[in-house]
Write a protein of this length. Structure first.
Length: 79
């Protein structure tokens, strides 16, 4: 499972909330941990416009495949 959380919360708050809600779930011994992919920084930005007729709302998604890791100190820029 991949979980993405955005907003005015800390990692500890999210972890606590998930652990509270996951209590009582049976462990799955056949489940295996996956290593995170080693993504290389993008060489250039990419823009894609997709017209959708009869839509009154727009969804914008930004993404970045970079080398930034959660464990990096804030003073260390990604490579």
């Amino acid at each position: 499972m991949i979980l993405v959380v955005a907003g005015d919360v800390t990692a500890d708050q999210v972890r606590e909330a998930l652990q509270k809600r996951a209590r009582g779930l049976a462990p799955q011994p056949e489940a295996q941990l996956l290593a995170p992919p080693d993504l290389q920084p993008q060489a250039a930005s990419v823009s894609l416009d997709i017209p959708i007729p009869d839509r009154t709302q727009t969804a914008i998604v930004w993404g970045h495949a970079g080398a930034l890791r959660r464990a990096m100190p804030t003073s260390t820029p990604p490579r």
